[in-house]
Design a protein around this ligand. Structure first.
Ligand code: AMP
Ligand code: MG
Length: 513
């Protein structure tokens, strides 16, 4: 691995605390603190993403196990944790920061693209807020596999280079019910063009460090926003517009594939519009706009599936507040926010069009989508299986409601079947207004509706096996997620079995990681 080519642009550009002091504290005036990882004795490789290593310029001939767990690093690698702030569950939380993420710096590939590298779970930092800075195998597997799954689904996301067991035992009270357990420790080395969050900007605004705020915006524009001209007088406003656009696109993609993030706090919002921080997330099994996988999010369901567009808007409002000191134009900021709201549903409908195989969005589609959504919500049909069934049947002249029986999580009643029949009739009528042929419709649908999704119960089973030393299921999932739109064994495509309905880790999760 070319770890000697790692550079430190961010460290070179911004004020940092080089004391190396790991004590928990506020770090006013600084955007990062240099830190060192904990020492681990018995490393064990679970996964090395060779393709990604090659893509980002780290090379692929061999992997360096110690590097993958931040051990015995060469002198050229400066390790650091950044300070950021955020709104958590709607409330200002002040300084947060990388509590268990440590940066290695950046690496460049042949195309001059840079990627930041970050270990998650290799030790405490000044931002750990009395937690241990460790990650358990369970949560590391979930981050590794899901971030890669999102990449192959075509959703903007951070990625995962490796997964290594640290050999440590870590204590976690997974259900927060006073029953702590020892779990195996692990670390994911994750990769992104940048890990900058809304929270980094919020922190600088809250600390009134306006010069650094402007510097950070310029840094982001220069390095990550080719759509923004850093020499333009309106660069700051253009930057906000670009973040809003990217955020909307990301959330639309979440809706397309049926992803629920679970903790959309502003510190978990990437400024680049990448899906970041895979915690108590879930893919949708049965369709439910009210579904939140995160037990900490009950009973309010702030981060439920159907609220994600609205919450992103709220988070953008917090970012607008943070950028105000350098933009100073409330009307212009508000206009962007208003446009976000109206454009969002248009983008959403365009996305649904593709899922249904419609070539263009027609006026009649809005009521059609509303009726469809209400049916999905009332019948709680499996989101992915529903669209796969529709895609399979689209070449047939007469669709049969019974073909959808597999999408139910309960025994369908006569009324349920009648509802599907009505929907199919409308759908057939709408299809006939398409200009493209049925095979073209089917192709459009196949490209926009994944067949394989990484369901929580599949992860749960793979994690249980891995904790017992068997990596067969983990490897099968890792392979399957690389071709989500292709064909797979039926076993990998099955909806959540009933036995998992109430099992912790299958339909409900906590933030414990
Ligand atoms: P999250 O809700 O997972 O996004 O985490 C919110 C904040 O808590 C972030 O600043 C994390 O870095 C920090 N955090 C979460 N878990 C740990 C941990 N085990 N050790 C240290 N910091 C943590
Ligand atoms: Mg986080």
């Amino acid at each position: 691995m070319n770890i000697h080519n790692i550079t430190h642009n961010f460290v070179d550009r911004f004020p940092g605390d080089f004391s190396g002091d790991l004590h928990q504290r506020q770090t006013p005036g600084f955007l990062f603190t240099t830190v060192s990882a904990a020492h681990f004795e018995n490393l064990e490789l679970i996964a090395f993403n060779e393709k990604l290593s090659q893509e980002i310029g780290l090379g692929s001939l061999d992997y360096d196990l110690k590097f993958l767990a931040a051990q015995d690093l060469p002198k050229n690698i400066e390790t650091y944790a950044t300070a950021y702030a955020g709104h958590q569950f709607g409330n200002w939380a002040g300084q947060l920061g990388d509590g268990r993420a440590i940066y290695a710096g950046e690496i460049k590939n042949e195309k001059n693209q840079t990627s930041e590298l970050q270990w998650k779970g290799v030790g405490a930092t000044p931002y750990s807020r009395f937690a241990d800075g460790r990650a358990v195998l369970r949560s590391s597997v979930r981050e590794f596999l899901m971030s890669e799954a999102m990449y192959y689904l075509g959703v903007p996301t951070t990625r995962a280079l490796s997964l290594v067991k640290t050999g440590e035992w870590v204590t976690r009270d997974i259900a927060y019910d006073g029953n702590p357990k020892q779990e195996q420790g692990a670390t994911v080395l994750r990769v992104a063009e940048s890990f900058l969050r809304f929270g980094h900007f919020e922190l600088l605004a809250a600390r009134k460090e306006v010069d650094t705020l402007q510097k950070l915006i310029d840094f982001a524009i220069e390095n990550y926003f080719e759509e923004v001209d850093v020499n333009s007088e309106t660069k700051n406003l253009d930057f906000f517009q670009a973040v809003a656009d990217r955020t909307a696109r990301m959330i639309i993609e979440w809706y397309r594939v049926g992803f629920v993030h679970g903790v959309m706090n502003t510190d978990n919002m990437s400024i680049l519009g990448l899906t970041i921080d895979y915690g108590p997330y879930s893919m949708l099994d049965e369709y439910d706009l009210e579904f939140t996988p995160n037990t900490t999010d009950l009973p309010g369901r702030r981060y439920a599936y159907g609220k994600q567009g609205q919450i992103a808007h709220w988070n953008l409002l917090q970012l607008a507040n943070a950028l105000f000191p350098v933009i100073k134009n409330e009307t212009a900021l508000q206009e962007i926010l208003e446009h976000y709201a109206s454009d969002f549903w248009k983008l959403h409908d365009e996305m649904l069009c593709k899922k249904f195989g419609f070539d263009t969005l027609l006026k009649i589609d809005e009521p059609f989508f509303t009726t469809w959504q209400q049916m999905m919500q009332d019948l709680k049909l499996d989101h992915t299986l529903f669209f796969n069934t529709l895609t399979d049947l689209v070449l047939k002249e007469n669709l049969d409601a019974k073909d959808f029986n597999n999408c139910f999580y309960h025994q369908p009643s006569v009324e349920d079947v009648a509802r599907i029949s009505d929907f199919i009739k409308n759908y057939q009528k709408r299809l006939n207004q398409n200009l493209i042929s049925r095979p073209e419709i089917q192709q459009l649908m196949s490209q926009n509706n994944p067949k394989f999704i990484l369901r929580n119960y599949l992860l749960y089973e793979a994690i249980q096996d891995l904790e017992n030393g068997d990596n067969t299921k983990f490897n099968a999932l890792w392979k399957a997620l690389q071709t989500p739109y292709g064909n797979h064994d039926d076993a990998l495509l099955a909806k959540r079995p009933q036995k998992y309905n109430m099992v912790y880790g299958c339909s409900q999760l906590s933030c414990s990681s």
